[in-house]
Design a protein around this ligand. Structure first.
Ligand code: KIV
Length: 272
C-alpha cells in the first residue's frame, strides 16, 4: 500500500516506463501557477500538466481554442518555478502545430521558456508526422487520443470516443502508430474502460487516463474538478477530493494515494 510521501527523486520518462513495467500507478494533475505546483511537488504528484484547459478554468472561455503559445508559456514558467521533482508537461495549444515546422518551432520555444520535459499534443493519425519530427529533434511527446477538446466543433460536443467497433479498432491502430512514430507517453480522454485497458496493454509506453478507466498506467484530473470548484456540473469521471479532506494539500495528497493504490477511478467514474 502506498502511503503519502514527497517524491524522492526527479521524475523522468525512463522512471515512468519503469513504473509501467512494475505495474505501479502514477498520479498526474493539471496546474497553472507556482503555489499549486509547489503543493503538488510536495505531495508526490509525479506529472504536472500545464493544460490548455487553462482557457476554460483560468481564463473563463467556453473552449480551449483561444489559448495561445504565449499563454501556455506564461503559466508554464510559473508552474516550473514551483516544481522540484515532478515532471513538467505542457500542452501545445490549438493552431500551434499546423505544420511540422511550426510544431517544431513552437515546441522548442515552449521548452526553452518553461523547462518542460514533455509536450502534449492532440490529434490522431494526422499528427503522426509531427510526432515523428518532434521525436527526431529529441522533443519528448505525449500524444492525446479519445476526446480531443481542440476538435470540439468537429465532434459537435464533448463525448466519449471509441464506443463503436470501428472507432475502437481505429484508436488501437493509431495508438500503435503513434508509439512507432516515437511518442513517449499517450493520454486517453473519455474512452471506454475496456478499450483503454487494451491500449494500455498493447503499448510499451506509459498510458495516462482521464475518464478512461482504472487500468491505465497513470491517472490525470483537472485541478479545479478534483477540488470541486469548476463552475457548473462536474464531469462524471472526476471526484471531489475536497469533500472528504479539510485542506487543499490533504485533498491532493488523498488523490495521489487513491491513484497509487488503484482506488481511483472507481466504476462510477468509468465509461463502458
Ligand atoms: O488541457 C488539459 O487539462 C488536458 C487534460 C484534460 C488532461 O488535456
Amino acid at each position: 500500500m502506498y502511503a503519502p510521501k514527497a517524491l524522492e527523486k526527479k521524475i523522468t520518462l525512463p522512471y515512468l516506463n519503469k513504473l509501467k513495467q512494475q505495474g505501479e500507478k502514477f498520479a498526474c494533475l493539471t496546474a497553472y501557477d507556482y503555489s499549486f505546483a509547489r503543493l503538488m511537488d510536495k505531495t508526490g504528484v509525479e506529472v504536472v500538466l500545464v493544460g490548455d484547459s487553462l482557457g476554460m478554468v483560468i481564463q473563463g472561455h467556453e473552449t480551449t481554442l483561444p489559448v495561445s503559445v504565449a499563454d501556455v508559456e506564461y503559466h508554464g514558467m510559473a508552474v516550473s518555478r514551483g516544481l522540484d521533482k515532478s515532471l513538467l508537461m505542457i500542452d501545445m495549444p490549438f493552431g500551434s502545430l499546423n505544420s511540422q515546422q511550426q510544431a517544431l518551432d513552437n515546441a522548442s520555444h515552449m521548452i526553452k521558456k518553461t523547462g518542460a520535459q514533455v509536450v502534449k499534443l492532440e490529434g490522431g493519425i494526422t499528427q503522426i508526422k509531427t510526432v515523428e519530427t518532434l521525436s527526431k529533434y529529441k522533443i519528448p511527446v505525449c500524444a492525446h487520443l479519445g476526446l480531443q477538446p481542440q476538435s470540439v466543433h468537429k465532434m459537435g460536443g464533448y463525448r466519449v470516443q471509441g464506443r463503436e467497433h470501428d472507432s475502437a479498432i481505429e484508436m488501437k491502430d493509431t495508438a500503435l502508430q503513434i508509439q512507432e512514430a516515437g511518442a513517449d507517453l499517450l493520454l486517453l480522454e473519455c474512452v471506454p474502460a475496456t478499450l483503454a485497458a487494451e491500449i494500455t496493454q498493447l503499448l510499451q509506453i506509459p498510458v495516462i487516463g482521464i475518464g478512461a478507466g482504472s487500468d491505465c498506467d497513470g491517472q490525470i484530473l483537472v485541478l479545479q474538478d478534483m477540488l470541486g470548484i469548476t463552475p457548473g456540473k462536474p464531469p462524471s469521471f472526476s471526484r471531489n477530493f475536497m469533500l472528504e479532506h479539510g485542506s487543499i494539500e490533504a485533498a491532493i495528497s488523498a488523490y495521489v494515494t487513491e491513484v497509487k493504490n488503484n482506488n481511483f477511478p472507481e466504476a462510477s467514474h468509468c465509461f463502458s
